[in-house]
Design a protein around this ligand. Sequence first.
Ligand code: PGA
Length: 260
Amino acid sequence: MKKLYFGTNLKMYKNIRDTVDYLQKLVENTRDISREEIELFVIPSFTSLQSAAEQVDRRYVKLGAQNMCWEEQGQFTGEISPLMLQELGLDLVMIGHSERRHVFGETDIEENKKVLCALEHGFTTLLCVGETGEEKDYGISNEVLRTQLIVGFHGITPEQAKKLWVAYEPVWAIGVNGKPASVEYAEEKHQVIKACLRELFGAEIADEIPVLYGGSVSPGNACSLITQPSIDGLFTGRSAWQADPFNQLIRDAMAAAGRG
Ligand code: PGA
């Protein structure tokens, strides 16, 4: 049976101490869950990464960065190099979160450069995709998702694609003002994403790429989302930022999916 994926992006929240405390508690809470069954990952702030990497048992939780530059070094003030992230021994890099795209104006072509660079440096690479509310209203969600995937993964070989993960996060569903996608809508878009991945990399490799749902995941919808055939995991924000409720959400979702 395939693993279930559970992860969270801590965005611009939590200082170093709070991040380490949170991660250590999450490890304690979930230690008894077999990592053959789940992949658990957390993406903290850059300033917390070094302490987290040193003080957290990585057999239980993978650590990722929220963003990365496509160059190794140079005149890129304010950016973080893949070499800097390699120094920390991180597991994964997230590219193209909706806030990077829509608050900071990143384009699909930039995400593609970052994805290529992250893969070349050996990171598992999580590309986030998702349509805005306006794009949904115009009926072009599928086209937007396909564009983000086709451009975002341009030039990636099927061999490299074995290190890809995808998160589907409809922009209108994310954050305090978001409303969660219906389970039916999420499943339909996951099917669109999976079909596009098959076109790009062939079925054998594409079907191994986990596609996670994110955007107002909560204890109220986690179980019905995770039991959808095309949803491989949950990428959770607010509902995961305390270790106890996140642990409970994971266990409830696993039980709903007939695991554990
Ligand atoms: P949310 O965040 O679960 O708080 O809506 C999701 C995300 O931005 O990844």
